[in-house]
Design a protein around this ligand. Sequence first.
Ligand code: FES
Ligand code: FES
Length: 159
Amino acid sequence: MNILKLTINGQDHSKAIPATMTLLDFLRDEVDLTGTKNGCDSGACGCCTVMVDGEPILSCLMLAMEAEGCDVTTIEGIAQGNDLHPLQETMIEKGAIQCGYCTPAMIINGVHLLDNNTNPSDEEVKECISATVCRCTGYNSIEKAVHSAAAKMRGAHNG
Ligand code: FES
Ligand code: FES
């Protein structure tokens, strides 16, 4: 067993874990953050995406011990208390959620995009969304949700 220390959604954690445990299994099984989904366990679907030190990564392909000392953000850390992120609001408004299995990863990637660019092009939005497989909605409503969230955030930034 190894001792892993890291920060998740602003909270410090320290746990003894096997060296071979993935970050995905650590999040879901050791700290009960089950919003991050396991769609394939092999790097193919994107559903396990979280941010590590501000960058989206596939948590099924990362060993938990590789996140030692890192700052991890999962879907549970995106809303601020009861205040949803604009993208969470627009995903609901645009009907971009059906079973919801892809939604946490779509939002993590979308928030990363919008944090860096509140005026993304169609291509940039499509590229962002293409990182995650959605088996339900098709991608149009998710694209609309990202554009709509960008517009909301530009409005907020403009005062
Ligand atoms: S569960 Fe990680 S890419 Fe599918
Ligand atoms: S909403 Fe079901 S997989 Fe995307």
